[in-house]
Design a protein around this ligand. Structure first.
Ligand SMILES: NC(=O)c1ccc[n+]([C@@H]2O[C@H](COP(=O)([O-])OP(=O)(O)OC[C@H]3O[C@@H](n4cnc5c(N)ncnc54)[C@H](OP(=O)(O)O)[C@@H]3O)[C@@H](O)[C@H]2O)c1
Length: 481
């Protein structure tokens, strides 16, 4: 069972923001509920918004209550006594010094304290914060320090390199934790562990047997009031640059003995992904944006009518992308990745369709393995069995089992924060991985940003643009349901 053994201060920059209130406070409360924290710890929010400890505790409490059906009052009450707030500017060294003094006062008498700074702020503010963490002595030797930065790290290859430089200038190697919350999901980690623990599956994962792979991440949700973040990010950067490429790497990476090899293998697999040769980039990538429609019988406005979105916005909310891997096992197998907002259902799924060497009879379909990571998580083998009668006619035979987490299950941000406190880095991204991902996707990003690149509209509540169906049909395939 993972828990924090040393006292720690968790300093959350952007404490008034969306990510903080939607994900981080509820995750920290769950860790307290599950007794993963030591006796001595502090959650210190930092932001420009005018608040004191009492009003910040109210905000944290509300965000926890809003995110779960019930809370344990005693645990919540005790948890809130560890919560503090420091109001300040991100570009003020003096304000960071005040924060450092506050931390020192809170930590008085603690032994072996770890300080964790979580940057839940827009990337435009990173440089000032990174500088002031040192200048204001929030990071101060010999206190062990971690700085957590959310994906996407940068907005393109150039801004990634600049941010990397700033991080390397301000921190030592091993102090930086690049967080992709998908790597905190048990189901996503399980893509690797299912392969490791079931050698039978590995025998099937071969280009001589597989026809194609589809990785879908769809959600009925829209931008949920995050116009500021999403308008500059879009589905391509938000979902592909890290989440879907990481899932592809976990599926195709070489399995080697020993936990220490995980990062190396994952990185190598990512490096082996490439854009297949094509007459035009439109054959490799397709973008869409949701228009007005209906989700769960509720009318939904189109993306351009959302609050704080420009009426002529060309931000993509749907992407379909074709990739291949150079690894010897997967070479030649096309990978189709797609992700969309305001789709008809919530699902993150890997589907592996196997080849059908010859036609065995009516009704027989190719074998398929689905690993469903979100939505109704589960594993499904699609087989065929013969119908009664003298003719070879077939019906589907489905072997399925839920893939819900059993055992020590924690919210993704909670698990990753605990791992960061404990200095465990293997489920965080490396700079090399982020660079490789930006390099791979950069030509497509440039292409998608061009005004002449088509942006196909699709009604909210549908399964994406009609053009995406024709796009995959050109390869003789259909999106798998
Ligand atoms: N939200 C998500 O689901 C999500 C997903 C993936 C990655 N991320 C990443 O996580 C980080 C936080 O995201 P978020 O959605 O929580 O951001 P956010 O709500 O837009 O911003 C967080 C806080 O930063 C401060 N802030 C906002 N705009 C600012 C500006 N222009 N200059 C200075 N301060 C500003 C605000 O606090 P004060 O005004 O009180 O200082 C705000 O409450 C970002 O790096 C984002 O890229 C978020």
């Amino acid at each position: 069972m993972i828990a924090s053994s040393s006292p720690f201060s968790f300093i959350l920059f952007g404490a008034s923001g969306h990510l903080a209130t939607l994900k981080i406070y509820p995750a920290l409360y769950v860790l307290a509920l599950k007794k993963r924290f030591p006796k001595e710890y502090a959650i210190v929010g930092y932001a420009r918004t005018e608040m004191d400890d009492a009003s910040f505790r109210k905000l944290v409490e509300q965000s926890i209550r809003a995110s779960m059906p019930e809370v344990t009052e005693k645990v919540l009450e005790e948890f809130l006594t560890h919560v503090f707030y420091q109001q300040g500017q991100y570009d003020s060294e003096a304000d960071f010094s005040t924060l450092a003094k506050k931390l020192t006062a809170i930590e008085k008498g603690w032994k072996d304290t770890v300080r964790v700074a979580y940057l839940s702020i827009p990337p435009s503010v990173f440089p000032q914060v990174l500088h002031n963490l040192n200048a204001g002595q929030v990071r101060t030797d010999p206190v062990p320090f971690r700085c957590i930065v959310e994906k996407p790290v940068g907005n393109d290859l150039k801004s990634f390199e600049e941010l990397r430089e700033q991080l390397m200038t301000n921190f030592r190697e091993g102090e930086v934790y690049l967080l992709d919350h998908y790597l905190g999901k048990e189901a996503v980690r399980n893509v690797y562990y299912l392969r490791l623990a079931n050698p039978m599956l590995e025998r099937l994962f071969k280009n001589t047997l597989i026809r194609h792979v589809e990785i879908t991440a769809s959600e009925p949700g829209g931008i949920e009031g995050r116009a500021g973040y999403f308008e500059h990010t879009g589905t391509f950067r938000d979902m592909f640059q890290s989440h879907l490429l990481m899932i592809s790497s976990l599926l195709t990476m070489r399995l080697r003995e020993g936990e220490g090899t995980l990062i190396e293998s994952r990185k190598n697999a990512l490096e082996q992904l490439y854009l297949p040769p094509a007459a035009h980039l439109n054959d490799i990538v397709l973008q869409g944006q949701y228009a007005a429609g209906t989700v769960d019988k509720k009318p939904i406005v189109g993306y351009r009518q959302e609050k704080d979105i420009a009426p002529e916005s060309r931000t993509n909310t749907y992407i379909a992308l074709k990739l291949q891997s150079r690894t010897s096992r997967w070479e030649g197998v096309p990978f189709y990745l797609r992700s969309g907002k305001r789709m008809h259902k919530k699902e993150t799924r890997i589907s592996i369709e196997f080849q059908m060497p010859f036609n065995v009879g009516e009704g027989a379909k190719p074998n398929r393995l689905d690993i469903i990571l979100q939505g109704e998580a589960g594993m499904r083998f699609h087989l065929q069995t013969k119908l009664g009668g003298s003719e070879p006619k077939f019906r589907p035979l489905l072997l399925e089992d839920p893939l819900v987490c059993f055992g020590d299950c924690l919210p993704e941000h909670g698990l990753l924060v605990l791992e960061a406190i404990n200095g465990k880095q293997q489920w965080f991204l490396t700079f090399e991985e982020v660079r490789t991902a930006w390099r791979l996707l950069e030509p497509l990003q440039v292409h998608l940003d061009r005004p002449e690149t088509p942006l196909f509209l699709y009604p909210a509540g549908s399964d994406g643009p009609e053009e995406a169906k024709m796009w995959i049909q050109k390869d003789g395939l259909q999106w798998l349901e």
